[in-house]
Design a protein around this ligand. Structure first.
Ligand SMILES: C[S@@+](CC[C@H](N)C(=O)[O-])C[C@H]1O[C@@H](n2cnc3c(N)ncnc32)[C@H](O)[C@@H]1O
Length: 230
């Protein structure tokens, strides 16, 4: 995976050495989405589409609603709650949970998305959060790893009747890996000490069996499963 630059070669070198990517001048950039770093920002660029940068404002705004928010209540947030954010994406949910006191492991498979996530986490400067580029099935297969909460926000299938999502979410829909959320949810129930939370569209059927309980927000629903501790 490559990060492209015009003038910020040294900064690009520092950034990529931290995540194991290479660098190259922008004149070699592909005819598709690519990572671009200048002196101030990491952006996702595309020759025919608007560039995208992740801001920190949404996380700050969300963390203001504190532990009363549906996400926080769904995850049963307390100081020090350990959370695996299995489908981390841009990290908005994972970062929000970390600002509320959780110790979060963000897991993201898609390499462009991972680089943007890594950069966003670095900019937020929260030590209670780390991120790893891995297929979450590998993490869940390691029986020595456990979390209080496993949080799953899989990509929702396209829906003709819902409003166009925000631009970052449209880009994510372009790039995201697709995995069998059902299988991952079943494995998660064996790895969580307290609960598994699955985010879903408000009216969509549950990803697996009926949940133990639900928390509804304006356009999404959190299905909550008690952990299987046997
Ligand atoms: C809907 S997005 C998550 C959005 C996220 N909650 C946020 O706040 O930005 C789902 C993400 O899961 C990632 N993903 C899909 N399958 C995965 C897997 N097996 N392991 C790790 N990440 C995966 C996709 O690449 C995508 O970025």
């Amino acid at each position: 995976m490559i990060v492209y630059f015009d003038n910020a070669e040294e900064r690009a070198r520092d950034f990529t050495s931290a995540i194991g990517y290479d660098i190259a001048p922008t004149k070699f950039a592909p005819n598709d989405w690519y990572l671009y770093l200048d002196e101030s920002d990491l952006t996702l660029r595309h020759p025919a589409k608007q560039s995208m940068r992740l801001s920190l404002d949404e996380i700050r705004r969300r963390s203001l609603s504190g532990r009363r928010s549906p996400l926080s209540r769904a995850c049963g947030v307390r100081e020090g709650t350990t959370v695996l954010d299995a489908f981390a994406g841009w990290g908005t949910d994972g970062l929000t949970l970390a600002t509320l006191g959780c110790v979060v492991t963000c897991c993201e498979l898609q390499p462009l998305v991972f680089a943007m996530l890594y950069d966003r986490i670095e900019r937020f400067e929260l030590c209670s959060l780390d991120c790893t580029r891995i297929d979450v099935r590998e993490l869940l297969a390691d029986r020595t790893r456990r979390w209080d909460v496993v949080y799953l926000d899989p990509m929702f299938p396209a829906h003709p009747k819902t409003a166009l999502p925000s631009y970052p979410m449209q880009v994510l829909a372009d790039l995201a890996e697709q995995s069998d959320a059902r299988e991952i949810a079943e494995w998660s129930i064996e790895r969580a000490d307290q609960r598994v939370v699955v985010k879903n569209r408000i009216k969509a059927p549950p990803v697996i069996r009926a949940p133990d309980w639900q928390i509804r927000a304006r356009s999404v629903r959190f299905d909550i499963y008690r952990a299987d501790r046997n």
